[in-house]
Ligand binder design. Structure first.
Ligand SMILES: *Cc1c(COP(=O)(O)O)cnc(C)c1O
Length: 381
């Protein structure tokens, strides 16, 4: 099955009891048993819910995995991965990543004796040097947030496999339409389905997808044991969003390309970060491992100040000033004060996350209106 068919049909069958074409929302906490222990595969809704099962099977198919495991949020999904580790274990992570992922590793899991090292994973030699006998997990995000750096997933996974280290790719920014990390050797794919998969900014949900049966079993165990599961209505919303994933991401990519070009030629901006540009250092890798370059664009202002950034951010009308990304509507954000406020300033400056850096999540509106909106916000600087 091709991708555009899978989003609509993979794992989705008409409901066996009524023939309902769309997966029903099984809003129940428990299921009647015919006799003690004799049931239809559903006992209690933390453990199994039919709406969730359909979503999990659909996601497994989209990422070319064998199992999907859903959680109440992207960070709850990440929490389950970190619970695979033991005190003394170490993580090597990209140094340019989602602020909440950094916070979970440093401020929560360090207390349990798990140490995370943050390095530039676009250089695999640095990775080899950092690996030691305690390294258990390598954490990638590509394109990275918000600098849109590209990590060579295959190259990192080859190093990891040599040392028998798990690899996880946070595939939230790309979505499975653009990139399928399991095919490149990754062990686990993580999604904040809150973003492109849901696609309409109306739900918070997270998911893991794996190929390995034993890993799937351990993650299902943690899903049930810790209990951070999503509700059936949220699973329904993500399933519904996924049906148009390919159409939405295709259009967002097209719009982002035009907007990146517009910004690059604008006199008030500098350093436009967009992996589709030939001069982007990760362009060739992006071209090889992605189907297109995504809907995210970041840029600096010529006068690199908080004040100028705030003027642009409060000057747009079509772009909404908000955290998050991946919805049908375009969003504009200021990582230094919003999504990445939990990362100390010296840390963020090291990766180029300046005071004026602005991040766009380009939606699926008419691109002419989006460009006119940015033009109007920039003209006053
Ligand atoms: C939003 C996001 C997360 C966290 O997901 P939630 O659903 O908000 O918990 C993780 N990684 C990336 C790249 C994100 O954008």
């Amino acid at each position: 099955m091709k991708f555009g068919t899978k989003v609509i049909h993979a794992g989705v069958e008409p409901d066996p009891t009524t023939g309902a074409v769309m997966t029903p929302i099984y809003q129940t906490s428990t299921y009647a048993q015919e006799a003690p222990g004799k049931h239809k595969g559903f006992e209690y809704a933390r453990t199994q819910n039919p709406t969730r099962t359909v979503l999990e099977n659909n996601l497994a198919a989209l990422e070319n995995g064998t199992a999907g495991i859903c959680f109440g949020s992207g960070l709850a999904a990440m929490d389950a991965i970190l619970k695979l580790l033991n005190p003394g274990d170490e993580i090597i992570s990209t140094n340019d990543l989602y602020g909440g992922s950094y916070r979970l590793m440093v401020r929560v899991y360090e207390r349990y004796g798990i140490k995370a090292h943050f390095i530039d994973l676009s250089d695999t030699r640095k990775l080899e040097k950092k690996i030691n006998k305690n390294t258990k997990l390598i954490w990638m995000e590509t394109p990275t947030n918000p600098m849109l750096n590209i990590i060579d997933i295959k190259a990192v996974c080859e190093v990891a496999q040599k040392h028998k280290i798990w690899t996880c790719v946070d595939n939230t920014f790309a979505s499975p339409y653009l990139q399928t990390p399991l095919d490149l050797g990754a062990d686990i794919v993580l999604h904040s389905a809150t973003k492109y998969l849901g696609g309409h900014s109306d739900v918070v949900l997270g998911a893991l997808i794996v190929k390995d049966e034993k890993l799937a079993e351990e993650l299902y165990f943690l899903q049930n044991a810790s209990g951070a599961v999503p509700g059936p209505q949220d699973c329904f919303l993500v399933l519904r969003g996924i049906k148009t994933l390919h159409l939405r991401v295709e259009r967002a990519c097209k719009n982002a390309k035009k907007i990146a070009k517009f910004l690059q030629s604008h006199p008030k901006t500098k350093n436009v970060y967009y992996p589709g540009f030939k001069e982007h250092p990760g362009h060739e890798i992006a071209k090889a491992q992605m189907r297109d370059y995504g809907g995210m664009v970041s840029f600096d202002l010529v006068r690199d100040t908080f004040e100028d950034a705030i003027r642009v951010l409060s000057g747009t009308k079509v772009f909404t000033l908000a955290e998050s990304l991946g919805g049908v509507e375009s969003l504009i954000g200021h990582p230094a004060s919003m999504t990445h406020a939990s990362i100390p300033k010296p840390e963020r400056l090291k990766v180029g996350l300046t005071d004026s850096l602005i991040r766009l999540s380009v939606g699926v509106e008419d691109v002419d209106d989006l460009i006119a909106d940015l033009e109007e916000a920039l003209v006053n600087l």
